[in-house]
Write a protein that binds this ligand. Sequence first.
Ligand code: SRM
Ligand code: SF4
Length: 556
Amino acid sequence: MSSPSQPLSEVEHTKARSNLLRGTLNESLANPLTGGLATSDTQLLKFHGSYQQDDRELREERRQQKLEPDYSFMIRTRLPGGVCTPAQWLALDALAREHANGTLRLTTRQAFQLHGVLKEDLQPTLARIHQTLLDTIAACGDVNRNVMCNPNPVDSQVHAEVYQWAVRLSEHLLPRTRAYHEIWLGEEKVAGGEEEPIYGATYLPRKFKTAIAVPPLNDVDVFAHDLGFIAILEAGRLAGFNVTVGGGMGATHGDAATHPRLADVIGFIPPEQLLAVAEQVVTVQRDFGDRSNRKHARLKYTLEDRGVPWFTAELERRLGFRLEPARPFRFDHNGDRFGWTEGHDGTWHLTLQLDSGRVADVPGASRLTGMREVARIHRGDLRLTANQNVIIAGVAPEDRPAIEALVTAHGLDDFRRASPLRRDALACVALPTCGLAMAEAERYLPRIVPLLEERLRAHGLEGIPLHLRITGCPNGCARPYVAEIALVGKAPGRYNLLLGGDRRGQRLNRLYRENIDEPAIIAALDPLFAAYARDRTPQEAFGDFVVRAGLLKSAI
Ligand code: SRM
Ligand code: SF4
C-alpha cells in the first residue's frame, strides 16, 4: 500500500491518465519524426505485449553522430501453458523473418518473443498475430501475465484438465479494455462506459505472475510466482490445488530491501474455486500493493510487510469461505525430460533442447528452417516449456520417422549430444536488446558451459545433472535464484556467483562470490567440483551437497 506521505510513482499517473491503456499510442505510432514512442506510451505499450528497445551496441556510435537510438520493438505473445498449433508457429516464423530479426525466442514463461520490429511494422505484426488466434494482450505490464502450466498435458487426462484451467485463468484475468482491439486491430472506438471490473483504472501496482504445477514436475518453478497452484492428484483424478502466494525473483544489486522470495503455501481448494481465488488474490494486491515505490510493489513485499496470516485472512474475507489445509505434495525436479516419450493415448512427444530458447538458422544448424519444416507436416501441437525448450507433441507413431529425419537434418538434435549441464542451462536474453542488462547472458552461455564441462570432466563428473542459470542483471528472468549454480551479471564480464539451489525449485541459493570474472568463476567452482566428486553421497545433487557439506560457509 502506498503511504499518504509518499507520492504515487510516475507510472501510476500514466496509467490513471491513459483512458484504459490508450494514452497517445495512436499519435506516437503515427509520428514519422522518430522511430520511438512518447515516454508515457512506452509504459502503456507493455500492457499490449511489446517493449520499446534499442540496439545497445549502436548506442554510443549513434549518440556521437547525434542520431536518436536505434529504436525497435520486442513483441511477446500470450500463450497459456505454452501450447500452440503448427499453423501458429508458421505464422510467427513468417513474422520473424519478414518483420523481426529472423529469429524466434522461446521465453522462460512459455511464450514467443520477436525482436527488432520497427515502429511502422508493429501494427501489422500484432494484427497478423491476432489472425492466427493468438494475441499479446497483457503479455507484459502491471497485470496478470501469461499463465504457465506443465507443458506435458498429454501425459494424462489430469494434465489436459489442468491445462484447461490455465487457459480459463488467463482469460479470466485479462484486462477488459478494448484499447488493444482499437489500436492494433482497427476496431471502432468505444463511446464510453468501459470498465475494468477486476483491475480498476490503474491496474495492479506491478507485474503479476501465475503458474500451475503438476507434481512431481515443478518445471514452471511455481514458488517463483506471485500466485501459484499445485495440482493435487488423488486416486488418479484432480482433487484440487494447493494455493501459493508471494514468490518472485527480482532484486537490485546493493539494495538489501529487494530480494528473491519463495512463495508460501496457504491452503487447498477444489478446482471450481480456482478462478475466484485468483481474482481475489489479485484484488488484495490491487488494493494493498505499494504504488509509490516500484521496487517494493510486487505481492511478495505486500506479504512480507503485512504477514501471511493477514493476507490469508483478507483473502478469505473477500472470498466468503475458508481455504482448506494444504495437502501433501512432492516435487522431483524443475527441468525438462528430453527426447521421445510416449503419451497416455499412444501418441509420442519429442522434447528438443534449444540454447536459451533461441530458434535461429546458424552455420551448421538451420533450426528455424527445421522447425518450419516440422510445423508444415506435424499433426499434433507444439509446446513451449518453462525451460526455454520446445516439445513436438502428439506425434502419431507412423509420423515419428519423418519428424526424426527433419530434427536430425536441421541440427535440432542437440539434446542427444549436449551434456546434462548444457541441456538444463537457462540464460536470459540480456545484450544487445535488453535495456537493463549489465553483462552478457544468452551470448555468454555457449562460452562458459564448455569451460565448466571441462572442469567437470577433470573430476569425472561429466555425466551429472547440474542446473546452471545465467542472467545479465539481478532481475532474475531465468529464475537464477533457485539454480544450483547461478551467474548474475554485475558489469561487463563480471558476475555474482550463487550456489545451493535444490533442482526442485524449493530452495533459494546464496551469494558465494561477488563481482568476479571468468577465471575467478572457474577458480571458485573447481575445488567445489573436486569436493563434490570426492565426498558426495549416492544420488546427492551438487546444490544439496554444497549446503550439507557446509561449503557455503566460505561465502563472502
Ligand atoms: Fe523478465 C524485465 C526478459 C521472465 C523478472 N524481462 C524484463 C525485460 C522486459 C527488460 C525491460 O524491462 O526492459 C526483458 C526483455 C529482454 C529482451 O530483450 O527480450 C525481460 N523476462 C525476460 C524473458 C524474455 C527472459 C528469457 O530469456 O526468457 C522472459 C519472458 C517471460 C515471458 O514470456 O513473459 C522473462 N522476468 C522473467 C522471469 C521468470 C518468470 O517470470 O518465471 C522473472 C523473475 C520472476 C519475477 O518476476 O519475479 C523476470 N523481468 C523481470 C524483472 C524483475 C521484476 C521484479 O520484481 O523486480 C524485470 C525488470 C522490471 O520489471 O522492472 C524484467
Ligand atoms: Fe534483461 Fe536482466 Fe531480465 Fe536478463 S535478467 S533479460 S538482463 S532484465
